[in-house]
Write a protein that binds this ligand. Structure first.
Ligand SMILES: Cc1cc2nc3c(=O)[nH]c(=O)nc-3n(C[C@H](O)[C@H](O)[C@H](O)COP(=O)(O)OP(=O)(O)OC[C@H]3O[C@@H](n4cnc5c(N)ncnc54)[C@H](O)[C@@H]3O)c2cc1C
Length: 434
């Protein structure tokens, strides 16, 4: 294991204090980081791949969150917004993703001091140290970061930054459909009939699913959410059918309500289990997807089932197999990641989905998020790697601590200022995931 220097002092050196701090991603956590940096008076620039802020939240905007408003707003962002006449009107109601954007994230991004520091339509492709590849050590901690971006016209640009806060989430990098994690053989043949997680089945995408056989692949809460929506659609749309393909023997992880302390998630599980039990959803269990091919209008999924190969025919496939962090951009820097969940090594045991639900993750800050590459932090959803238990409240505490450290306020960086209730952060009945 590489030794991380946890000496409690800002590591990026005053020599680079004139340079801005790069925030990758203008989602809820990236924008919270911007609010904290603004309050601390540190220069920053937000680099957002989408054409709008919160592009990923907008993509699942029709989905209702589990958490009520009071757990979705960063305290410093709230202070800044309130100074401009904003107020948190219904703290106990859980918004949809679209409401979170319209009611909080878009106004936050429009604040003076933040708005002019957001660059839209620039995807970060690489992060390095100026003049140094991964192998060079001497003077490394004092060298500025080089952040490379790509825009829609294909233009590549390098910028110099004092530190990097990566809040780019994992929505844009879904897991593979193949159960071994590799690109599904044959995917190219059927790619036009494979949809990403959480389509708006009962809204904008209704016509896509009406009258069609749909197979949802994946065993998590996003999958359960889509299965329930499709079962509801199938009641009104003749010919629409739903198959739920999972590789385990049963979807216990989401449908075992008695072991889930979170009422919203438990309700989602109960409804999914009921839909299977009353025959509205066909469960294709123990199905390890290994390939796909096109046969006329049919998508044929090939899977290993009970020791032999089986075929399943469908019109559409929804990939709800979860998400993984995009790590290719870090080829030339030194990260220390857990080899299983791909979260920072110190954080990984705290978020193990086998041990923790989203409400039982301990609060954590810069120490748990530190990498051997000093001044580089992965925060927010991406910091949890492949674990699905991330909550915004935890992300807001992460950026509070990281920004305090970058500002040289070691005492504040080390202080833990968050007590997560075991339940109550995920407490509505309409689904979502955490
Ligand atoms: C359906 C659903 C429901 C959820 N419900 C809850 C809930 O109830 N409570 C809760 O606390 N959490 C919930 N979560 C989990 C989590 O809080 C959200 O996923 C949240 O959006 C994560 O915020 P983030 O800022 O870390 O990442 P994101 O919201 O994913 O934002 C990342 C941003 O970075 C941009 N980006 C990505 N790659 C690049 C790049 N290379 N360069 C530049 N920009 C890039 C993206 O376009 C995006 O705007 C839910 C998640 C989902 C999917």
């Amino acid at each position: 294991m590489t030794l991380i220097d946890l000496t409690p002092r800002p590591s990026t050196g005053l020599a680079n204090a004139h340079l801005p701090i790069a925030i990758i991603g203008a989602g809820p956590v990236g924008l919270a980081a911007a609010a904290h940096l603004l309050r601390r008076g540190l220069p920053f620039e937000v680099l957002e791949a989408g054409d709008t802020v919160a592009a990923s939240v907008r993509a699942w905007g029709h989905t209702r969150l589990f958490s009520p408003w009071r757990h979705l707003v960063d305290p410093v962002a709230q202070e800044l917004l309130e100074a401009h006449g904003w107020s948190l009107d219904q703290p106990d109601r859980a918004p949809s993703g679209a409401e979170l954007v319209a009611g909080y994230l878009a106004p936050l991004a429009a604040l003076p001091g933040i708005a002019e520091r957001i660059r839209l339509g620039v995807a970060v492709t690489d992060v390095a140290r100026e003049g140094m590849d991964r192998t060079r050590t001497r003077g490394r901690a004092g060298a500025p970061f080089t952040v490379r971006t790509l825009d829609a016209s294909g233009a590549v640009a390098d910028g110099a930054y004092r530190a990097v806060i990566d809040a780019s989430g994992s929505w844009l990098t879904p897991n593979a459909l193949a159960s071994n994690g590799l690109t599904l053989p044959g995917l190219a043949e059927v790619a036009d009939r494979v949809l990403p997680a959480l389509p708006d089945v009962l809204g904008a995408d209704r016509a896509v699913f009406a009258g069609r056989r749909t197979t949802v692949v994946g065993a998590g809460h996003s999958a359960a959410n889509t299965v329930i929506a499709l079962a509801s659609l199938a009641r009104d749309e003749p010919g629409a059918t739903v198959t739920w393909a999972i590789r385990s023997a049963s979807p216990d992880r989401v449908t075992d309500a008695e072991t889930d302390g979170l009422p919203g998630r438990a309700s989602l599980g109960v409804r999914a289990r009921r839909a299977v039990a009353d025959g509205r959803v066909t469960l294709l269990d123990g199905f390890e997807t290994v390939g796909a091919r096109s046969d006329g209008d049919d998508v044929v999924l090939v899977g290993r089932r009970g020791g032999s190969l089986a075929e399943h025919r469908t019109d559409l496939v929804v990939n709800a197999t979860g998400f993984r962090p995009a790590l290719d951009m870090y080829r030339e820097v030194r990260l220390e990641l857990d080899e299983i969940v791909e979260a920072p090594r110190r954080l990984a045991p705290m978020i193990d989905p086998n041990e923790h639900s989203c409400g039982t993750v301990e609060p954590h800050g810069y120490r748990e998020l530190a990498h051997p590459e000093q001044g580089l932090f992965i925060v927010g959803m991406k910091s949890y790697g492949r674990a699905p238990t991330f909550l915004l409240k935890t992300g807001y505490e992460q950026v509070r601590s990281v920004v305090a450290w970058l500002a040289g306020d070691v005492a504040s960086a080390l202080a833990v200022e968050l007590v997560l209730p075991e339940t109550g952060v995920c407490s509505t009945a309409d689904g979502g995931c955490c």
